[in-house]
Design a protein. Sequence first.
Length: 114
Amino acid sequence: MPHFVIDCSGQLLRIHSEESIITRVHRVANASGLFDESDIKVRIRPYTLQAVGGGREDFIHAFVWIMQGRSIEQRLALSKAIVGELAEMFPELPRIAENIAEFERATYFNRTML
């Protein structure tokens, strides 16, 4: 925890590699101070075909899942920081967004909890 899953049009990987995107998103997430660095997970799902606004426009959308307990202000600051980093990487790309959802502590379970 947390999970940063970045959907994007595959064409964008000609500008920056998956490795560089993952590295920069990880760095911003870690700099937020909200997570232990060893818990941060970042992955990319590039699409070869997509429709955006009825056309074939490029896009990035980061879906973030974190454990409950952070304030709205903390979550908003994280969203702004990630979108800002991606906008710096892709200055010509108008469609960059992120949303944060929370895991419910009461129902979250992983292998180490067995």
